[in-house]
Write a protein that binds this ligand. Sequence first.
Ligand SMILES: [Fe+2]
Length: 242
Amino acid sequence: MKKTTTLKLEDLNFEDHGIIYKKEIFDKSILDGLENDILLLTNKRNLIELSDYIVELDRNDKKSLLELNKFISKHPVISLIGVTLMNDTKNLAPNTFPVYLGGSILLGLPNDKRLIYSWHQESNYMPGFKKLYNSWTPLFKNSEIDNGTMSVIIGSHKYGKLDYNKISSSNGYTQLENDVSDFNLKESEFWCCIPLGDQVIFDQNLIHRSNNNKSNNVRFSITSRIGYSDVLTSVDGFKEKY
Ligand SMILES: [Fe+2]
């Protein structure tokens, strides 16, 4: 499979594409520190062992995997990303109040189609904000097509918040899937192949998805969100609204 647009990461801008690329948002020592903290917590010697442990938990003890995911997502580096995200987007939402909507570590399990998000917009999951920006940062390894990196439909943010199909699964997840049949994906799907330490930030209406991880190891990444509003609005309980 190859990239379907000729755009380069450096070409991306909010107005035309709905997504920007930021190089080297972290000093490498910060990412190494996060990696070491997670290895120490889980008593693993390296990322391969950690990845195998996560795959094993997913098979045999999903509750513990969920707890682990919640726990490591509370690492202060995740909050640090929230602050840099605000600094990078606040000028795009003048006269509004920034609301940190949290962040988490995403675990892209190898060859596991259950956890692949289909095409969606963040604005449907977290409605009610004048603006909302999402950041996505690969962790520990570069994000590539083979390990199921995120892809986006370039320029789809220009169509605003679109209708969706609500798909509930037995594991409690609800997906709000956009119908993308009106888009020419051959021309407009952009695969976010991001080097470790770099980041993309994208508009709440940009349609995107995660993809199948065909590698043997878990793909780690961090997602973080900031909403902007000029009135008091909901900051949780979004599920009641969709
Ligand atoms: Fe998303």
